[in-house]
Design a protein around this ligand. Structure first.
Ligand SMILES: NC(=O)c1ccc[n+]([C@@H]2O[C@H](COP(=O)([O-])OP(=O)(O)OC[C@H]3O[C@@H](n4cnc5c(N)ncnc54)[C@H](OP(=O)(O)O)[C@@H]3O)[C@@H](O)[C@H]2O)c1
Length: 503
């Protein structure tokens, strides 16, 4: 029996279909779902954008995307042709009302049951309001969950713009029809945080201020901004990464145990965390937030340009390519535990890790040993490039006498499950088709995240950073990032994946 029986017939309309995201992520994910029998037996994919593709040219364009970006590589001709037979293209302008009449009228008598229609907005964000308003003209869409809308990040630029976009969206669709994508939430390891925390009894008693000294979240990229200069100039690290990916990771780490995995239960628990984050006043920003921008230099033996020399970037750009924050969560569980978050481009490695640093042991019974040898326990959740979990503990070194050594207990997804994880977009697209929004951001979550970051954005916008560029490619951001954590007598922990493997 095919797994597709869980999903109703579907038409997926992709706006911005000629673009990078469609070729790089959405189509390869849909193709993999087709191969794994997760697409319903009746489906159609309709690409919409201004470029003048024929159906055939559009399919060829998508096929090269699959070849280049799919985890499975080159498609097999027979399978691809079967899949691609259901792909069509429509050249259109988004302000043309006739386009939307055609889209709404798509299901014809060839459909055995009325299909769900998913509108996937993969356009630049400035086009979201136009498309939403056009769809909003059809009042019958609102409240009918056969119609769903998917919005890519970034969702707004600050609290006000996110609220405005939410208002527009909720005039055209009900919240249960809206899927705001943060692809980080589709990653296996990120979902595994929930399994790890709430499927094991051992962690909950120590998952709090009594045992945890602090938590660090690092999401680092080695790449620069490549050809995305135009977009990145309007965003920066805080908007591009912190507001969504890192804040969502923080919520998973800090949320209270849910009573079920119902979408609203998970999202309620996450939004509780957001609301408990202590707001940083504009005066406090320099003590809690650090920004950086990369200069030119050498990374992995290759000369790389400074951010200001990248295509589409202003010569005196003040946009940050690195951001670090210290946040506190004012609730019973986390009072006094700092969460240090950092993200940046042109870092030493592509790595995403979360570290829980436990408190030191209350008493050292090995009094004859140098206490420097005692390292507090550390639990590391690895998201990229390896997916796994590491628990760093102390062990007795073999031999006469008592000598302690740090050792790691670790499991890697690949080694344990001998299988490749699905791409995040595969997971998320299946959830959209099944109408399960648990892994998507609700309006109040997005706004709460913006509420935390908006004071920082305002201070940074109103005060030019005079020292940009302030870090070299291959560094973990500017020296101020070290000061941010060193003022608390702590240090950024080196990612476990960059260390030699321990016993
Ligand atoms: N690329 C990624 O990896 C990635 C990752 C996460 C999120 N996102 C988000 O996903 C969305 C799409 O990203 P993308 O990288 O695919 O964008 P993109 O390649 O820059 O644009 C997508 C398509 O939109 C159309 N478009 C561009 N400017 C337009 C304009 N002024 N008026 C009308 N149409 C215009 C273009 O198609 P036509 O010229 O043919 O109309 C273009 O092919 C964005 O919101 C982005 O932030 C992208």
């Amino acid at each position: 029996m095919g797994r597709e029986r869980n999903v109703d017939p579907v038409i997926i309309v992709i706006f911005g279909a000629s673009g990078d995201l469609t070729a790089r992520k959405v189509l390869p994910a849909l193709y993999n779902l087709f191969l794994d029998d997760f697409l319903p037996s009746q489906y159609a994919i309709l690409g919409v954008s201004r470029t003048g593709f024929s159906d055939e040219a559009f399919r060829d364009h998508l096929r090269s995307g699959v070849e280049k970006y799919s985890r499975r590589g080159m498609p097999n001709d027979e399978q691809w042709n079967e899949f691609a037979g259901n792909i069509r293209y429509m050249q259109a302008e988004y302000d043309d009302p006739a386009l939307y009449h055609k889209l709404i009228g798509l299901p014809d008598e060839t459909w055995s049951t009325p299909p769900n229609i998913i509108f996937y907005l993969a356009t630049p964000p400035n086009l979201f309001p136009l498309i939403i308003n056009q769809l909003g003209q059809f009042s019958n869409l609102r409240g009918d969950v056969r119609y769903r809308i998917v919005i890519e990040k970034p969702f707004g630029r600050d609290l006000l713009s996110a609220r405005k976009l939410n208002n527009q969206l909720t005039q055209a669709f009900e919240e249960r029809q809206i899927y705001r994508i943060d692809h980080y939430l589709g990653k296996e390891t990120v979902q595994n945080i929930l399994a790890f925390r709430f499927g094991n009894a051992v962690w909950e008693p120590i998952w709090n201020r009594n045992f945890i000294d602090h938590i660090q979240i690092t999401v680092a990229e080695q790449i620069g901004i490549g050809r995305r200069g135009g977009y990145y100039e309007t965003a920066g690290a805080l908007r591009d990464m912190m507001q969504n990916h890192l804040m969502q990771l923080l919520c998973f780490m800090a949320m209270e145990p849910p009573t079920s995995f119902h979408a609203d239960e998970i999202r309620n628990k996450k939004v509780d965390v957001m609301h408990a984050i202590r707001l940083i006043s504009q005066e406090e920003v320099p003590r809690y937030a650090v920004r950086g921008q990369y200069g030119e230099g050498v990374l992995d033996g290759k000369r790389v340009p400074s951010y200001r020399m990248e295509v589409g970037v202003r010569a005196a750009s003040n946009t940050e390519t690195f951001a670090a924050l210290k946040l506190f969560i004012d609730n019973w569980r986390w009072q006094g535990v700092p969460f240090y978050l950092r993200t940046g481009k042109r870092m030493p490695a592509r790595v995403s890790e979360i570290s829980l640093q436990f408190r030191p042991v209350p008493h050292h019974p090995f009094s004859h040993l140098n206490t420097q040898l005692f390292q507090p326990n550390r639990l590391v959740i690895q998201i990229e490039p390896n997916e796994g979990i590491v628990l760093r503990t102390q062990a007795k070194e073999p031999g006469l006498g008592m000598k302690l050594k740090q050792v790691d207990m670790h499991y890697s997804y690949r080694e344990v499950f001998h299988t490749e994880s699905p791409d995040a977009y595969e997971t998320l697209l299946v959830d959209i088709m099944r109408n399960d929004p648990a892994l998507f951001m609700r309006a109040d979550q997005v706004e709460a995240a913006w509420a935390v970051l908006t004071p920082i954005l305002e201070v940074w916008q109103n005060n030019q950073e005079l020292n940009f560029p302030n870090y070299q490619p291959g560094q973990w951001g500017p020296p101020e990032a070290e000061h941010l954590i060193a003022q608390d007598r702590r240090t950024w922990l080196s990612p476990v994946c960059l260390e030699p493997k321990r016993g």
